[in-house]
Design a protein. Structure first.
Length: 129
């Protein structure tokens, strides 16, 4: 199984790269310049090129102080960019990990530990579909 993760340098992708191989999951970090959430036209080609089965959108504008100075850029990345990822996902993929507890019954008290549970559940769900 191939999981694309937006946010190439973040904590989520680092943790997924660490635990993914234990489950036979290929983790594919994708980010700038190929996928730039400030340029929505880059999202679809970047995701189509790597052909993931599951997409985890972990990219975000997280510099809080700077976001107050650049609210348009923060909104473009955190709202518009997330929408572009959702719209661009390949037909054979799933966009997941956004509502883990409600949809997959996975509680995240310690997100690093729970990533293994998340991947186990996602790979199980994928094999069944």
């Amino acid at each position: 199984m191939r999981i694309a993760v937006t946010g190439r340098q973040g904590q989520v992708v680092s943790a997924l790269i660490e635990v993914g191989p234990k489950l036979g999951v290929e983790v594919l970090p994708v980010g700038r310049p190929e996928l730039d959430l400030l340029s929505p036209e880059t999202v679809q080609p970047a995701l189509a090129n790597i052909r993931p089965n599951i997409i985890v959108n972990a990219a975000a504008y997280t510099a809080v102080d700077q976001a107050e100075e650049e609210p348009e850029a923060a909104m473009a990345v955190n709202a518009g960019g997330a929408m572009a990822v959702a719209k661009a996902r390949p037909a054979n993929s799933r966009l997941d990990c956004s509502k883990l507890e409600r949809v997959h019954n996975i509680r995240l008290p310690s997100w690093r530990t729970s990533l293994m549970a998340c991947l186990e559940r996602l790979t199980s769900d994928f094999k069944q579909s």
